[in-house]
Design a protein around this ligand. Sequence first.
Ligand code: ACK
Length: 317
Amino acid sequence: YIGSAQVLIQAQPYNSKYEIPRKHFFVYNHLVLGSGEFGIVVEGAIQLPQDGRMIQVAVKTVRPNVDLQYFRALLSEVKVMTCIGRHPHIVNIVGACTKDIRKSEILLAVEYCRKGNLRDFLRKSREGFKNQIEDGKLQPLESIVEGAICTRDLIRWSCEIANGMDFLSSKNIIHADLACRNILLTESLVAKISDFGLSRQLMDYSNYVKKHQCPLPWKWMAIESLKDMHFSIQSDVWSYGVLLWETFSLGEVPYPGQNWSHEFLNDLVAGKRLVKPTYATDTIYELMLECWNEDLRGRPKFFKLKEKFEGVLADVS
Ligand code: ACK
């Protein structure tokens, strides 16, 4: 199971503009952000060669002594990131060390997202959440409560993520695992799409599939992906619909208590869908249902979704 831009990366050379000498890389191995069987993400810093400034980063590396394919996967991710250019709503590359290497390491430094992933953040924000929906309509905030999350934030993130996905789709990148757990938040709570390269395999993917023998992440997957592992930008739109559902339920697990079986796919084909989450308006729920159109050509494009959410955002501002 591999999602993402295989075609693009194979065709592209490595853009060495981002290559940073090993001595400018500071890797804090004791500050682990996440770890998997093949890869690890730790906090770090990079000293910019241009002006000597230190930038806080997240450093992705491959564990020593793992199969060569995982080094290749990380290198592919570096290539993708250097080739596609920057966007405010993706986790951008800051630098990489692929040449000047010790013990055959590859280091990929990306923007540090202090507030972690959107799913956990939403769950932590449930207490104190300011619901701006009254009688099914969005209301302006009466007063701003420092540190509290409100419906407007949920709409803003939805808009930012559609914006980032529109950018990725313009670069022919298929994410194939769009979900709130793969959206990271910066210090100022800006949403950024993470893990759109191949390095997802470094964490737990390939193993997971082998262990469970079911298509993963099945709750986020479009009908055609579940049927025959067909992934496209329009299957990302389906996953985005599930991501919206997670967002407007403040991080609930979709289809709670359900285990994978072919029954699940049969239900989807029969037209069964997730019910309206607590904090969505009818308009927002209708967008989710459009994303879950069985006919992938009938699903909205990311730029349309971005425009729709910009409209909703203007109403609530
Ligand atoms: O979901 P998390 O808490 O946030 O756990 C994962 C883990 O590393 C493995 O991917 C965290 N992580 C990944 N990239 C970054 C980043 N750029 N900034 C902060 N945390 C990150 C991620």
